[in-house]
Design a protein around this ligand. Structure first.
Ligand code: MLT
Length: 249
């Protein structure tokens, strides 16, 4: 049996480059890593209300259809995980397995929604640079911030190059995303949950709970990693993903 392709779905506010280490290390699998609408080089001119987890998922389904790919393994980081949940709702039979990195099932709280609005106003006023300085210390582990200045620089540059309309649209999509908690108990495919030991945005304890709610889910805790495990600890993440993918054969 041939391996299903792996669909990598990036988080906010990034593009496919967040997966660069995985794309290099997992080349024996067919890997797809598109830029979501409004991110990276995806181009397009979408109005703010054209952004939702449903439209991101619909774009991905269209891309799979265009490439005549029926079944994939999804690998989502944070917002990419929210989109993976949406794919599981929309096209469950096309998802062979899921790798959920630094993500959560719950919707935004009222306070988190207000935070999205504040950030949208800031990015419209100051550009992507305005939010990079605020986000980077929250995204990265203390160990990364203190000792891995090249990673700090890379993450900062990645944020700064994202188009403002795409950031604003993504904030709207994040704000309005549905609660995926009821889905967890219905998932019947192999799932790997990847958590960062020092993740301030989707803490490891919450990810452990999420893994417990998914029947048979495996989980791995990545030391000295914050919210961006694929970029902060690529070797450990690559090993975890490769082991999981190999077991699907
Ligand atoms: C992400 O990494 O995609 C975001 O942190 C998700 C979020 O803010 O909920």
């Amino acid at each position: 049996m041939t391996d299903p392709p792996v669909l990598f779905i990036h988080g906010f506010p990034f593009d496919h480059a967040i997966w660069r280490h995985q794309l290099a290390a997992l080349a024996r699998w067919r890997c797809l890593a598109p830029d979501l609408r409004g991110a990276g080089a995806s181009g397009g001119d979408n109005p703010a209300d054209a952004y939702s987890m449903a439209t991101y998922a619909a774009d991905l389904i269209r891309q799979l259809d265009d490439q005549r790919i029926e079944t994939v393994v999804v690998c989502g980081l944070s917002m990419g995980g929210y989109i993976a949940f949406e794919l599981l709702r929309q096209v469950p039979t096309r998802i062979r397995a899921a790798m959920l990195c630094n993500t959560k099932a719950a919707a935004d709280t009222p306070e988190a929604k207000r935070g999205r609005d504040v950030m949208a106003a800031k990015v419209e006023k100051e550009g992507a640079r305005g939010i990079a300085a605020e986000l980077v210390p929250k995204l990265l582990a203390r160990a990364t911030l203190e000792r891995r200045l090249e990673v700090v620089r890379e993450v900062t540059e990645l944020i700064e190059r994202q188009p403002v309309p795409g950031i604003v649209g993504a904030l709207r999509a994040l704000r309005e995303r549905p609660d995926s908690t009821p889905l967890l108990g219905q998932i019947r495919i192999p799932v790997l949950v990847v958590a960062g030991e020092d993740d301030q945005i989707t803490p490891a304890a919450g990810m452990r709970q999420m893994a417990h709610a998914i029947r048979g889910a495996e989980s791995v805790l990545i030391p000295e990693a914050g919210h961006l495990t694929p970029l902060e600890q690529p070797s450990a993440v690559n090993d975890a993903l490769a082991n999981f993918l190999t077991k699907l054969r």
